[in-house]
Design a protein around this ligand. Structure first.
Ligand SMILES: Nc1nc2c(ncn2[C@@H]2O[C@H](COP(=O)(O)OP(=O)(O)O)[C@@H](O)[C@H]2O)c(=O)[nH]1
Ligand SMILES: Nc1ncnc2c1ncn2[C@@H]1O[C@H](COP(=O)(O)OP(=O)(O)O)[C@@H](O)[C@H]1O
Length: 302
């Protein structure tokens, strides 16, 4: 009985260490050093995997890959690390440190890019795998598609309500997208999240991204790119949600939109959804302080 109570207490203590790392109240490096300094410490009983997962921006897939690269088995505890594993883990954490700045301000990050590049797919992945990221929910006058839930995918509102919100200044930005429906970012939830110190991600179109930068110059703009032009065409056709005529129209717009990538602070190539999502989350954590991500990208024509 006493043993199980101790086990519960140890579990709770490990959970609070993980929370502190995740909230950047302590660094992963200092947890490692305490663990290695004392086999009596709660830190020494933590799994390496759990420590890495506590680092903002690292999800299960990346952690598994990192551990494989470091030659550390998935179940290894900090106390069980060999000397070489300790060195490799320390080096890894030090390399990562610049990506985990001191808790400063929260960031407003805008993810934009051409049609069908995968903005929705990447932001859904972030919503499901990075609960620390606050994803803005837009309001739109377009009708819900099958499976879309009001208040989750979008707030589905009519033209009169959209007009009222515009009049009342309730949007941070809004635009007519694809010549069709209106979409807008409600201002209040974003201001509340930023005031709480949380970073916020907006998945909006390029016109909206420009408006956000104009009104909030500290916002970080991220442009999502397809690996190639042909792949963008394949994704648009493969999604099968537009007519052939609409696809043609969107591809014409996509060329113009790709030309706007230079206006953005960072570029991320969406070859693989998990990797692209991890890069976006890392940029959010870096608060725009890092160097722009270099992406070599050319459309077929240029
Ligand atoms: N400006 C702006 N664009 C938005 C907003 N919400 C979504 N969008 C964009 O509207 C476009 C259409 O989105 P959607 O209706 O979900 O259809 P999709 O083209 O299949 O992704 C996408 O490019 C979104 O990025 C918003 O609040 N403001
Ligand atoms: N990295 C990827 N690899 C392969 N297919 C992808 C990738 N990202 C998105 N897709 C697919 O491309 C299509 C367009 O993605 P979607 O998220 O709807 O684009 P957007 O929101 O930018 O218009 C979808 O069918 C989606 O499943």
């Amino acid at each position: 009985m006493a043993a199980s109570r101790a086990a519960v207490a140890a579990r709770q203590a490990r959970a609070s260490v993980k929370r502190a790392v995740n909230e950047r109240r302590i660094s992963a490096q200092s947890v490692l050093e305490v663990a290695l300094a004392s086999t009596e410490s709660i830190e020494s009983t933590m799994k390496v995997r759990d420590l890495l997962l506590a680092i903002p921006g690292l999800g299960p897939v990346r952690v598994a890959r990192i551990m494989e690269e470091l030659g550390i088995s998935p179940t290894k505890r900090l106390s069980g690390l060999g000397v070489h594993q300790q060195v490799r883990l320390r080096e890894f954490l030090d390399r990562r440190a610049p990506m985990v700045p001191a808790p400063t301000s929260s960031t407003l990050v805008v993810l934009a890019g051409p049609t069908a590049v995968g903005k929705g797919t990447v932001s859904t992945y972030i919503r499901e795998n990075h609960p620390e990221v606050c994803l803005s929910i837009s309001a739109t006058t377009r009708a819900p598609r099958p499976g879309e839930v009001d208040g989750v995918s979008y707030y589905f509102i009519d033209d009169a309500e959209f007009d009222r919100m515009v009049e009342a200044g309730e949007f941070l930005e809004w635009a007519v997208v694809h010549n069709h429906s209106r979409y807008g970012t409600p201002r209040a939830p974003i201001e509340a999240a930023l005031a709480e110190g949380r970073s916020v991600l907006l998945e909006i179109d390029i016109q909206g991204a420009r408006q956000v930068k104009a009104s909030e110059p500290s916002a970080v703009l991220v442009f999502l790119l397809p690996p190639t032009w042909d792949e963008l065409v394949r994704r648009l056709i493969g999604r099968g949600t537009e007519s052939a005529e609409e696809q043609e129209r969107r591809l014409r717009t996509a060329r113009v939109e790709l030309a706007a990538q230079g206006e953005f602070d960072h570029r991320v190539v969406n070859t693989d959804v998990q990797t692209a999502a991890a890069e976006v989350v890392e940029l959010m954590n870096a608060s725009g302080a890092g160097t722009p991500v270099a992406a070599s990208y050319r459309t077929k024509e240029n």
